[in-house]
Ligand binder design. Structure first.
Ligand code: GDP
Length: 434
């Protein structure tokens, strides 16, 4: 999938435009108790094309001087995006800061589309012409607050996407990534996996110039470890900012089938761990919780159980994810990791035949009557699995509003009891059928 970034000096309306562009996307996961987070990265669908969008404005470090901030933002966009939307403010005309952005983008030779924001009506269109002077060709007039001109802008953006055949990913291969807050041992874990005996490894040049994925063959299965660049490529100033490492994690999650959420046994569970895990959950990826640095723990007979209880308590939304306690340093239990990744990936791609599924659901309903809301009873007609990665079930009912979260949860539990689905979220959607 191609990636688009919005770049521009502060107050030109980057976040407004970003929210406009992602706003149309309706999520099918309605009731997951997620954490509220700043959205700096999201998927957009325009006509038949899907791509990822980065709001680089959301990443900036607020106490940097303006020019440093602008330079960092542009560098992130150049590193991460295939196409850049260069946003300026039609009410202000060209400012020195705009010229600074233009200079950096121009040098990078990245495909760039110039958009002039705050052109709220037709009479204002004349104001766009002066922006030809920035040297990016035709400026596209848009209005974030009124939602005008975005279609024409996206039409143009899409024409600059790289050709699809370059980025196609293989369905037989399990793509996984390793995420977690700094110092939990992500790179140690990746290195430990890669250095293990009998693992055949090669590096694949990724689609962006700095990403290097690692190919692994083990147990008759191909795997690719997606590079979360925080791991391999360190050093640039902006990589130390938290939002930027979150962005890298989001990009890795986006390309993954399976996500390893790494916790640190020594420092315990932190708020940031939950936020990071929440991203993987919201993205519908298969998840394994890895408790690293288990060598640092004074093991008693109950220590593992206690830690597990804490995880289950703090990460209730990940109740489906298996937990593995290991040490990247001593390699203890490391060899169990690949089989678990394989297992959760199988759950993630599993399909249940409609007749078998309906037998299970009808049995469940026979024991537990459907709920009644304001004198009206929920009727379930039939259920069918419409997607994998993650498994998604559509339940046809008389009135979708009657299917509350708790009843969905009940169905989910029955489906899990009957079919497994270890390590993968399940989506259940109610649709009306009379
Ligand atoms: P990252 O920031 O998540 O990639 O973390 P690193 O892999 O750089 O590890 C952070 C620190 O934890 C380093 O000093 C590692 O040597 C140490 N570390 C990583 N894994 C383990 C482990 O399993 N046990 C112990 N004792 N230390 C570890």
């Amino acid at each position: 999938k191609a990636t688009v970034a919005i770049v521009g000096r502060p107050n030109v309306g980057k976040s407004t435009i970003f929210n406009r562009l992602i706003g149309e996307r309706v999520s099918i996961v309605e009731d997951t108790p997620g954490v509220t987070r700043d959205r700096i990265y999201a998927e957009v669908e325009w006509l038949t094309t899907r791509f990822n969008m980065i709001d680089t404005g959301g990443i900036e470090v607020s106490d940097e001087p303006l020019l440093t901030k602008i330079r960092h933002q542009a560098e992130i966009a150049i590193d991460e995006a295939d196409v850049i939307i260069f946003l300026v403010n039609g009410k202000d005309g060209i400012t020195a800061a705009d010229e600074e952005v233009a200079k950096i983008l121009y040098k990078s030779k990245k495909p760039t589309v110039l958009a002039v924001n705050k052109i709220d009506n037709f009479e204002m269109r004349d104001q766009i012409y002066e922006f030809y002077a920035l040297g990016f060709g035709e400026p596209f007039p848009i209005s974030g607050t009124h939602g005008l001109g975005l279609g024409d802008l996206l039409d143009e953006v899409i024409t600059h996407f790289p050709k699809l055949e370059d980025v196609e990913e293989d369905d037989e291969v399990i793509y996984f990534s390793v995420i977690g807050r700094p110092n939990v041992g992500k790179s140690s874990l990746v290195n430990a996996i890669v250095n293990e005996e009998r693992v055949i490894v090669s590096n694949i040049e990724g689609t962006t110039r700095d990403a290097v994925d690692t190919f692994i063959h083990k147990d008759n299965q191909d795997f690719v470890i997606i590079d979360t660049a925080g791991i391999r490529k360190r050093g640039k100033v902006y990589e130390s900012t938290e939002k930027y490492s979150v962005l890298r994690a989001l990009r890795a999650i986006d390309r993954s089938d399976v996500v390893l959420v790494v916790l640190d046994a020594e420092t315990g569970i932190r708020e940031q761990d939950k936020t990071i895990a929440g991203y993987a959950h919201d993205a519908g990826r298969a998840i394994v919780i890895v408790v690293n640095k288990w060598d640092m723990i004074d093991r008693t007979e109950t220590s593992m159980q206690e830690f597990e209880d804490k995880i289950r308590n703090q990460f209730q939304f990940l109740d489906y994810a298996p937990i593995i306690f290991l040490s990247a340093k001593t390699k203890k239990r490391l060899q169990r990791l690949i089989p678990i990744i394989k297992l959760v990936s199988e759950s993630h791609t599993k399909r249940i035949p409609t007749n078998v599924l309906n037998d299970v659901i009808m049995d469940a309903l026979a024991m537990n009557p459907t709920p009644t809301v304001k004198g009206k009873r929920l009727k379930i007609l039939y259920t069918t699995q419409v997607a994998v990665k993650p498994p998604t079930f559509v339940v046809f009912v008389n009135e979708p509003e009657l299917m509350h979260f708790s009843f969905k949860r009940f169905l989910e539990n029955r489906i899990r009891e009957s079919f497994g689905f270890t390590g993968t979220p399940i989506h259940i959607v109610a649709r009306k059928r009379s």
